[in-house]
Design a binder for this molecule. Structure first.
Ligand code: ADP
Ligand code: MG
Length: 409
């Protein structure tokens, strides 16, 4: 990696401002999924053990620049304190004199959590004065918020302009390294599985991976725009009319990306179909086409067999997007089968990466999260990374110039 990383910087005795992604679901003061807190622990523990003075900041939800009680990070401070087995001080704001005093009171190894950065509209505006204020209490900035790295905000980007050292934490580092591994020179066969609701959400990802993958498997709601583009009847299945020609172009390129190479572009050959709207009645389709009055809600048994076979042969796998409306148990078979196939391939030595909020939820439902090489914590951020886009929160970090190795022999 060409960025300064946490292991390469001096932390002892220094005021370390760390941007984490504590954007966790909170209902009535109770935290639901704690994955994001747990994911930040390695970097947090590193600063504590090195006797740095740790100042944590994060956003939570969308309070739109105002103080909204239900978006307070206070429950996270309590939870974090349980994880660390030590006190975590909570500041009632993220800038200002109270924060300055709290930072001055920090001893080596202490932890302070600042209040939600999005209580100020200057945060999402990436305002320079606000960024400077955030940076003013620290000696060094560490970014460990992969989930927010696609946003150019004050706490992710602006703050880096006002501190000399800006390094990547362990989580950010792992995310970058794992995602890069399946984007640049992945071991072949490289199978990319894409699903989810919309072609429009994923088209850039498809385009970026089209010439890199050995096979691209398309399932879920977005497969119907491709099937329609190929001339099949799709009944009441999801369709993005505006993307029909784009879908066609993709399939033309897949057929002949460059000389001597053809990508296996796989679409479902059958489906679970349900009565349009009500979903009251459901059955397996007769073939690729979907009857009028019915909607494709999951890939069918034959597709499951074909997809599984392909996945089990892979050496590298990238999966983003469920194969059907997996939230409904009746329509979850395809997604669960793909999760199982990716897990099995991983057990047999493949390197696998899964990204996307709903895909990760599906993995959890299947109880297979720990069977995947890397589960990305970023929804939008991993999508943009997979699309080959520059993430401002990563670009902003200090670059290390690789010293030319001089042979001393
Ligand atoms: P991710 O969050 O993993 O990137 P998406 O948000 O793109 O995934 O897509 C997930 C959503 O797509 C789920 O809510 C799922 O119900 C929906 N979906 C999947 N297949 C279909 C389908 N055939 N018809 C309608 N919706 C679908
Ligand atoms: Mg989603």
């Amino acid at each position: 990696m060409d960025k300064l990383v946490i292991d390469d910087v001096e932390l002892t005795g220094r005021r370390v401002l760390m941007r984490v992604d504590f954007n966790v679901p909170i209902l009535d003061g109770k935290i639901g999924d704690t994955t994001r807190i747990e994911a930040a622990l390695p970097s947090i523990n590193k600063v504590i053990s090195e006797k740095g003075k740790l100042i944590l900041m994060s956003h939570l939800g969308r309070p739109k620049g105002k103080v909204v009680e239900k978006y307070s990070l206070a429950p996270v401070a309590k939870k974090l304190s349980d994880y660390l087995g030590k006190a975590v001080t909570m500041a009632s704001d993220c800038v200002g004199s109270e924060v300055e005093a709290a930072v001055n009171a920090l001893n080596e190894g202490d932890v302070l959590l600042l209040e939600n950065t999005r209580f100020h509209k200057a945060e999402t505006e990436n305002d320079a004065t606000f960024s400077k204020q955030l940076a003013s209490v620290a000696d060094i900035f560490i970014s460990d918020a992969f989930g927010a790295a696609h946003r150019a905000h004050a706490s992710t980007v602006g703050v880096t302009k006002h501190l000399k050292e800006n390094a990547a934490g362990y989580l950010l580092q792992t995310e970058i390294e794992s995602l890069t591994k399946v984007l640049e020179n992945p071991e072949k066969p490289y199978v990319v599985i894409l699903g989810g609701a919309k072609v429009s959400d994923k088209i850039k990802v498809i385009q970026n991976l089209l010439t890199k993958a050995s096979a691209i498997i398309i399932g879920g709601g977005m497969s119907y725009t491709f099937l329609k583009a190929k001339g099949y009847e799709i009944g009441g299945s999801l369709l993005e009319e505006a993307h029909l020609s784009l879908a066609n172009n993709v399939m033309v390129v897949a057929k002949n990306p460059h000389p001597h190479k053809k990508i296996d572009f796989m679409l479902p050959s059958d489906h679970t179909i349900a009565r349009e709207k009500s979903h009251g009645e459901f059955k397996v389709s007769e073939g690729v086409a979907v009857e009028n009055g019915w909607q494709g809600v999951d890939i069918g048994p034959q597709s499951i067999t074909h997809f599984t076979e392909k996945i089990l042969n892979a050496k590298s796998i990238l999966w983003n997007g469920p194969m059907g409306i997996f939230e409904n148990d009746n329509f979850a078979r395809g997604t669960m089968a793909v999760a199982q196939a990716v897990a099995t391939a991983t057990k047999n030595g493949a390197f696998s990466v899964v990204g996307g909020g709903d895909s990760v939820a599906a993995l959890e439902k299947a109880g297979l999260k720990s069977a995947i090489s890397h589960v990305s914590t970023g929804g939008g951020a991993s999508l943009e990374f997979m699309a080959g886009m520059d993430l401002p929160g990563i670009s902003a970090l200090t670059k290390v110039k690789k010293a030319t190795k001089i042979d001393s022999e």
